[in-house]
Design a protein around this ligand. Structure first.
Ligand code: G1P
Length: 295
């Protein structure tokens, strides 16, 4: 097995407008909405850190400055916590703070699509393989999704995309892959199609928002024409790259919550709250009672 170059950097495209979640996202970025007691983006960053990521690259946009503040020291707050001997809170905040110099922020000036957002990170990523994590999607259960992909990448090299089963009726909402020969815990991808017309999807395995990509993708995205939704699509760029390089799929076995949508966000809150020993006892009974009271 060839030694693969370590995946050190991860790109988080956080410029999206959050139109599926208005009015909540009118003044608050969707990535800052809280699941139990952490912003959505923290779960995704934690998943990246678990997979060994050392540098976190946020592609932001106008109105997203609070994300940058969140990953910085809040001096007045910490000073106040120190004065009041709130040590547990101080330790919590310190544990979540990225080491200075390991978080970078750049702006996608115009919302031209996911492919364009990833391209905006090209200078910060440079000439090395990197991860992309869509910040709407929170994963739960078992080994972290990106960690599983990094393990597969050690065997497969090339590019790796996480996939998951979806209801075939929903396939037209996603990027869908075709299934090839097994490799490691996954399989080789034979086909990729972004938002296939109903009844034309090559499988029911959808791209769930986690990617390991080789840097050659940047050159392709630079001239990528607009595709589905009149946006510069990452999937279209990957299709071009797939002519020259291998793509493997990592089938993620846990749960994925689409926190950019109201139902996914609410389910994520319920699921994560029920995992918490400090919260579950207080909510389990009332939740059951609420369900039982439904007519
Ligand atoms: C994007 C990707 C798509 C993927 C989806 C997962 O689509 O282009 O391939 O399946 O995320 O959420 P979007 O949700 O931006 O339309």
């Amino acid at each position: 097995m060839a030694q693969q170059q370590k995946i050190r950097k991860a790109v988080f495209p956080v410029a999206g407008l959050g139109t599926r979640f208005l009015p909540a996202t009118k003044a608050v970025p969707k990535e800052m909405l809280t699941v139990v007691d952490k912003p959505v983006i923290q779960y995704v960053v934690d998943e990246a850190a678990e997979a060994g990521i050392e540098h976190f690259v946020f592609v932001t946009g106008r109105g997203k400055g609070v994300i940058e503040d969140y990953f910085d020291i809040q001096y007045e707050l910490e000073q106040m916590l120190r004065e009041r001997n709130k040590n547990a809170e101080l330790t919590l905040l310190a544990g979540l703070l990225p080491v200075a110099g390991t978080a970078s922020f750049t702006r996608q000036q115009v919302p031209l699509g996911l492919g364009h957002a990833v391209w905006c990170a090209r200078d910060i990523v440079g000439n090395e393989p990197f991860a992309v994590l869509l910040p709407d999607m929170i994963m739960a259960g078992g080994k972290g999704c990106l960690k599983g992909m990094v393990d597969l990448y050690a065997e497969s090299g090339g590019n790796v995309i996480a996939v998951q089963e979806c209801d075939p009726d929903q396939a037209h909402k996603y990027g869908i892959v075709g299934i090839g020969a097994p490799v490691g815990e996954g399989f080789k991808i034979t086909q990729m199609v972004e938002k296939p017309a109903k009844g034309t999807a090559p499988s029911n395995l959808y791209i769930n928002g986690r990617y390991i990509l080789q840097p050659e993708i940047f050159k392709i995205l630079e001239t990528q024409e607009r595709g589905a939704g009149n946006e510069i699509q990452l999937t279209d760029g990957m299709l071009t790259l797939a002519k020259a390089q291998e793509f493997a799929a990592y089938p993620f076995k846990g749960d994925t919550f689409d926190c950019g949508a109201k139902d996914g966000f609410i389910l994520a809150n319920l699921a994560f709250a029920l995992q918490r020993a400090d919260i579950r006892p207080a909510i389990e009974g009332p939740m059951k009672a609420l369900l039982a009271s439904l007519k």
